[in-house]
Write a protein that binds this ligand. Structure first.
Ligand code: C2E
Ligand code: CA
Ligand code: CA
Ligand code: CA
Length: 277
């Protein structure tokens, strides 16, 4: 048994070493990914429930690695965060979003883009200034740019995050609490947060049309959000039954495969061309 044990730990340290080396090369790969145009911004439509019209998009990063193929953001975002590299990804996405919004200014002046921001970005006191600079550089309407922040990211250090969010909000951009309901923000804090939107996590939406208790919970979240003058959106809507239930519960908007998967290239162009002008 002792031998078995030592073999097991030897195997573990080999595996750890392999994983460490894999991660080291992944980090240098991520560094070159931006320069080599391997990252892409995909846009997933958001739909108002009152008129079923598209009013904007969430920006989702995609990495097409030359050897490893497609790497999911679920894999490389946490890795980039641990490696201290996430701010480069965030800046790249913000830049893409700003460029795209600028190119839409004359034809689609009301469409918005929401960029995901990580906990690490909220530690950077220079972050609001960079966003403000981008808005100025591209002459954007600030309300067309939104940031999505997670509850856990804000709550990790609220005394630091809240003033930073206030500075961001003062520029006129939208702030959304992502994955709402999965974190630990107390109601007392929610009232203090200078945000404009709650984004109800997909875990509350799955089979919502068949779950009475979930419907009650979501109705409460919607009413609470409206009580605080927040826009309430639900993510991950896949079926018409889920959409109809969210309309019934008073939710403002939805995002999910039911309306559209994330889009890029020609598919995005076609989506834009189908919009009423
Ligand atoms: P998220 O912010 O909660 O983004 C929503 C995820 O759900 C996206 O996955 C989206 O493609 C997926 N999704 C949308 N509609 C549906 C649906 O109807 N059904 C199902 N099953 N899934 C749906 P994705 O693009 O793989 O992103 C996963 C996570 O990676 C995101 O979760 C976000 O936390 C992170 N992420 C993605 N892009 C970025 C980025 O640019 N920056 C940062 N910091 N994080 C990002
Ligand atoms: Ca998000
Ligand atoms: Ca989310
Ligand atoms: Ca989610």
């Amino acid at each position: 048994a002792a031998k078995e044990h030592s073999e097991t730990s030897a195997w573990y340290s080999d595996a750890q070493e392999a994983s460490r080396l894999g991660h080291l090369s992944l980090l240098s790969d991520l560094r070159s990914a931006i320069q080599n145009n391997e990252l892409q911004m995909w846009l997933q439509p958001k739909i108002h429930l009152h008129d079923l019209r598209c009013y904007g998009f969430e920006a989702l990063v995609r990495w097409q690695h030359p050897q490893r193929g497609f790497i999911s953001p679920i894999e490389f975002i946490p890795f980039a965060e641990r490696a201290g590299y996430i701010s480069h990804v965030t800046n790249w996405m913000l830049q893409q979003a700003a460029q795209t919004l600028a190119s839409w200014q004359s034809r689609y002046p009301h469409l918005s883009i929401a960029v995901n921001v990580s906990t690490n970005d909220l530690r950077d006191q220079q972050f609001p200034e960079r966003v403000r600079h981008l808005i100025q550089q591209y002459q954007l309407r600030p309300e067309n740019l939104q940031l999505e922040l997670t509850e856990s990211g804000i709550m990790e250090n609220p005394d630091n995050a809240i003033p930073l969010l206030q500075t961001l909000r003062a520029t006129g951009i939208g702030l959304s609490i992502d994955d709402f309901g999965t974190g630990h923000s107390s109601l007392a804090y929610l009232q203090k947060l200078p945000v404009s939107e709650l984004k109800i996590d997909r875990s509350f939406v799955i089979d919502i049309d068949q779950q009475d208790s979930t419907q009650k919970l979501v109705r409460t979240i919607v009413e609470m959000g409206h009580g605080l003058d927040l826009h309430v959106i639900a993510e991950g809507i896949e079926t018409q039954a889920e959409r109809d239930t969210l309309i019934k519960l008073g939710c403002d908007s939805i995002q999910g495969y039911f309306a559209s998967k994330p889009l890029h290239g020609n598919a995005l162009e076609q989506w834009l061309q189908s919009l009423p002008t």
